[in-house]
Ligand binder design. Structure first.
Ligand code: ATP
Ligand code: MG
Length: 691
C-alpha cells in the first residue's frame, strides 16, 4: 500500500496521537461522545504491536458483545494479519479464566453458567422452599431478589445498606433475605453452577491470589478498557489487581455517558481513576468527529442541565449540518408512520437503511413501529430488549447442552424433563429426587489442566436414570428414554458441532409438536447448530451463549443475506459507542425520559438525562426525536385523565431553541395550532398489487 506503515497515527489529531503512543504508567482518556476515544484505543493497540509488544499480551475489554466485536474488528484491521488481538467482555474473559482455574475455585470442570433468568429461577425455588411464597407478608419476588443480590455483589456494599438505600420497602424481610442469599450460594455450589456475578467475583479472587494473581497478570502487558464510565466496584478492583502485578492500564470513557447506575456502575470511578492509579496521565479530547454542530448544540444544552455537570461542550469538526427535529405526533401509531416516512425519505435521498437507526428506551417502545415496518416491507434487525436466548425453545436447547457437561445441573434437568410430553413439574421433581441419590461421580473429575487439584464432583444423574424412569408416568418413559440416550451420546462428543447436532435431533420433533410456529423455531435450532460448528469447544460454546447472549438469531449466525440492507432498531443501552448517519429517538415524553420510576432522586434523573444524551450523540448527520402526545392505553405513570402525555422535561427551552419543532394543530400543548409539517405522504406505488 502507498500508505505509510503507521498510517493510523497520521489519521489521528495531536492529542489522540499522544494518547495512542503514551508510555509508562496508567492512562485515562476522558472525553465526550464521538471525540475518537475508541478510535484512539484501537490505534494504541496497533502502535503497541508495531513497537514489538506481542499482540497476545494485550487485552481489550469492554461491556457489550457488539461493542467488543466492533472494537476487535477495528483493532485487527490495523495490525498485521498474523497478530492475534485478545479481547471480549468482562464476563467472557472472566469465564475463560475461571474455567482454567476451576479446581482452585472448587468448581466441577463442567460447571454451568446461570443466566439472569436461571438465577432468578433458583432464587424463586429457594423462596418457595423457605415458605415465603405462602406466607402472608409480602416477601419480595424473584426479580426483586435478583436485583438486590446483584446490586449488593456488584457494588460490594453490605446488604443492609443496599436495602436501606434502594429497596426500603423490603426492610422487614432483611434477615430472611440474607438467609436466602446464603442458601443461594450453597445451592449453586451443590449444583456445580455459577452466576454472572460469580464470574467477576471469581476473577477478582484469582487476580488477588498470591500465587495465581501474578501468573494471570504476567500473561498481559497491557489491559485496555473502553467505556470505563460503566464499570462497577468489582471491575475497578480487577483493574487494580492487574495493575498491582505490573500490567499497564489504559482506560477511556465519558462520565457523561454513564448509563448503568442500575447495575451499580458509577461514573465516579472514572473520575477517581487518577487517584486510584497513581501516576495517571489524563488526556482529554476536544473535537467531535462524528456529528455536525447543530446536533451537538442540542446535546450540549441537554448536558448543561445536569446538576453536577462537568463542563464539556462538544465542538464539531465537520462543517454544516441540519438542526435536529423534534416531532410531535398524536400517538404511537402516528409516531410509527412518521418514522417510517422519514426513513424512506432518507433512503430515497441516497442513505442506505444500514446508515439509519431507530433508538428507544425499551424494546417495547418500538412495538407499533415494527408493525409499520413490516407493513411497508422495511427490513430491520433488532438489538436489546427481549433476548433471543429467553425464547423457550432456545432455553430448552441450551439446557440440553448444559446437561451434557454437568449431570448435576438441577435447573437444566427440571427444564429438560418437562420437555417430554406427559411429564409435568411434579413427576420431574420426583425423577430428580431419585437421580440426586446417584453416587458422586469421581471418575468425572480428573485433575484440572494446571494440576492444581481435583475438580469438585457433583452427582451424575444420568447414571441413575434407570431407577428414576420408574417414578414417571409410564406413557412418558419411552420418549424420556430417547432424550436421555441422546444426552449420553452427546456427553462423549468432544466437539460442539456434532454434540449440538445430536441434541437438535431429539429436540426438533418436540419443538414442532409443542409450538404452533414450531417449524420457524426449529430454524433457530439449526442456526445454533451452525454456530456451534464454528466454535469447536462445546463448553466454550454454551458459555458464550450465556455470557454474551445474542439478541436475535441474526446476531448469532451471520444472516445469509449479509449484503442486504437492514435498518437497525436498538435500545439506547445496546447502541452505546456506535453511530449512524440518521438517528431517530422514539417516545421522548415525560414518563419515559425520565421514566416515572426514576422520578426520585436527582442522581437518578441525571442518569435518565444521560441516556437521552447517549441516544442523541449517536447521530452523524440528522437527529429526529419523536414526542407522542396521546396514548391508546396509558403508558407508565401518565396520570393525566385525558391520556395526554407531556414532552420530556429534558426538552427544555434551551434545547428546543436548537431544534426544529413540529407541533400538532390540536395539540393541547399547542392551543393556537401551528401547522403540521409532517403529513402522511400519499403512496402512489403499485406495490400492494404484487402481494
Ligand atoms: P463514543 O463516546 O460514542 O464511544 P468515541 O469517542 O469512542 O465515541 P469514536 O467512535 O472513536 O468516538 O469516533 C467517532 C467517529 O469519529 C468515528 O467515525 C471515527 O472514525 C471518527 N474519528 C475519530 N478520530 C478522528 C480523526 N482524528 N479524524 C477523523 N475522524 C475521526
Ligand atoms: Mg467509543
Amino acid at each position: 500500500a502507498d500508505r505509510g506503515e503507521r498510517y493510523w497515527l497520521d489519521e489521528l489529531n495531536d492529542e489522540q496521537r499522544a494518547a495512542a503512543t503514551h508510555t509508562g504508567g496508567p492512562l485515562l482518556i476522558l472525553a465526550g461522545a464521538g471525540t475518537g476515544k475508541t478510535t484512539t484505543l484501537c490505534a494504541r493497540v496497533a502502535w503497541l504491536v508495531a513497537e514489538g509488544v506481542p499482540s497476545e499480551r494485550i487485552l481489550l475489554l469492554t461491556f457489550t458483545r457488539r461493542a467488543s466485536r466492533e472494537m476487535l474488528q477495528r483493532a485487527r484491521g490495523l495490525v498485521p494479519a498474523s497478530a492475534r488481538v485478545l479481547g471480549g467482555t468482562f464476563h467472557s474473559v472472566a469465564h475463560r479464566l475461571v474455567r482454567r482455574h476451576a479446581a482452585a475455585l472448587g468448581l466441577p470442570g463442567g460447571f454451568g453458567v446461570l443466566d439472569a433468568g436461571d438465577a432468578a429461577d433458583v432464587l424463586d425455588l429457594l423462596r418457595e422452599e423457605a415458605g415465603h411464597a405462602k406466607s402472608r407478608t409480602r416477601f419480595p419476588k424473584k426479580g426483586t431478589l435478583l436485583d438486590i443480590y446483584s446490586r449488593t455483589v456488584n457494588a460490594q456494599l453490605p446488604l443492609s445498606g443496599v436495602i436501606a438505600e434502594h429497596f426500603p420497602w423490603v426492610e422487614d424481610h432483611r434477615e430472611a433475605i440474607s438467609a436466602l442469599f446464603r442458601e443461594y450460594t450453597t445451592r449453586k455450589k451443590a449444583l456445580g453452577v455459577v452466576d454472572l456475578d460469580d464470574l467477576l467475583l471469581m476473577w477478582r479472587a484469582l487476580a488477588r491470589d498470591e500465587v495465581i494473581g501474578p501468573r494471570l497478570a504476567s500473561s498481559f502487558d497491557h489491559v485496555l478498557i473502553d467505556e470505563y464510565q460503566d464499570v462497577n466496584g468489582l471491575q475497578v478492583d480487577l483493574a487494580q489487581a492487574l495493575a498491582g502485578f505490573g500490567c499497564d492500564i489504559t482506560v477511556v470513557g465519558d462520565d457523561f455517558q454513564a448509563i448503568y447506575g442500575f447495575r451499580s456502575a458509577s461514573a465516579g470511578h472514572i473520575l477517581d481513576f487518577p487517584e486510584q492509579f497513581p501516576g495517571t496521565r489524563v488526556v482529554t479530547l476536544e473535537r467531535n468527529y462524528r456529528s455536525t454542530q447543530p446536533v451537538l448544540d442540542a446535546a450540549n444544552e441537554l448536558a448543561a442541565q445536569a446538576t453536577r455537570a462537568f463542563p464539556k461542550r462538544l465542538r464539531a469538526d465537520r462543517p454544516g449540518g441540519v438542526r435536529p427535529a423534534v416531532i410531535h405526533v398524536r400517538d404511537q401509531g402516528a409516531e410509527a408512520e412518521a418514522v417510517a416516512d422519514r426513513i424512506l425519505e432518507a433512503r430515497e435521498n441516497g442513505s442506505d437503511l444500514r446508515d439509519q437507526a431507530v433508538l428507544a428506551r425499551t424494546s417495547h417502545d418500538s412495538d407499533q413501529l415494527e408493525l409499520e415496518l413490516l407493513r411497508r416491507k422495511i427490513p430491520y434487525v433488532k438489538y436489546g430488549g427481549l433476548k433471543y436466548l429467553e425464547a423457550a425453545h432456545v432455553k430448552d436447547f441450551v439446557a440440553l447442552l448444559r446437561l451434557a457437561d454437568n449431570g448435576g445441573d438441577e435447573i437444566a434437568w427440571f427444564r429438560v424433563l418437562q420437555l417430554v410430553e406427559g411429564l409435568g413439574p411434579a413427576s420431574a421433581r420426583k425423577a430428580m429426587a431419585v437421580m440426586a441419590g446417584a453416587p458422586r461421580d469421581l471418575a468425572e473429575s480428573p485433575l484440572d489442566e494446571m494440576g492444581e487439584g481435583r475438580l469438585a464432583a457433583v452427582p451424575d444423574r444420568l447414571a441413575a436414570w434407570s431407577e428414576a424412569r420408574e417414578v414417571i408416568p409410564s406413557g412418558a418413559r419411552a420418549s424420556a428414554d430417547a432424550v436421555i440416550a441422546a444426552l449420553v451420546v452427546a456427553r462423549d462428543e468432544q466437539r460442539a458441532g456434532p454434540r449440538a447436532e445430536g441434541l437438535r435431533e431429539v429436540l426438533a420433533p418436540l419443538v414442532r409438536a409443542r409450538y404452533p410456529d414450531g417449524a420457524i423455531r426449529v430454524q433457530d435450532l439449526d442456526q445454533l447448530v451452525a454456530a456451534a460448528h464454528q466454535v469447536g469447544d462445546p463448553r466454550q460454546f454454551v458459555a458464550e451463549l450465556v455470557l454474551d447472549p445474542p439478541q436475535s438469531s441474526a446476531d448469532l449466525a451471520q444472516p445469509p443475506h449479509l449484503d442486504e440492507d437492514y435498518l437497525t432498531l436498538s435500545t439506547i443501552h445496546s447502541a452505546k459507542g456506535l453511530e449512524w448517519d440518521h438517528v431517530h429517538v422514539l417516545a421522548v415524553y415525560d414518563g419515559n425520559f425520565p421514566a416515572c420510576m426514576s422520578a426520585g432522586t436527582s442522581e437518578q434523573i441525571d442518569e435518565e438525562r444521560r441516556l437521552l444524551y447517549v441516544g442523541m450523540t449517536r447521530a452523524r448527520r440528522t437527529l429526529s426525536m419523536y414526542v407522542p402526545v396521546r396514548y391508546h392505553h396509558r403508558p407508565r405513570g401518565i396520570d393525566d385523565a385525558h391520556g395526554y402525555g407531556k414532552p420530556s422535561r429534558f426538552l427544555t427551552k434551551a434545547v428546543l431553541a436548537c431544534c426544529d419543532v413540529t407541533r400538532l394543530p390540536d395539540d393541547p400543548l399547542n392551543p393556537r395550532g401551528a401547522p403540521i409539517v409532517t403529513a402522511r405522504r400519499l403512496s402512489v406505488s403499485p406495490d400492494s398489487l404484487f402481494d
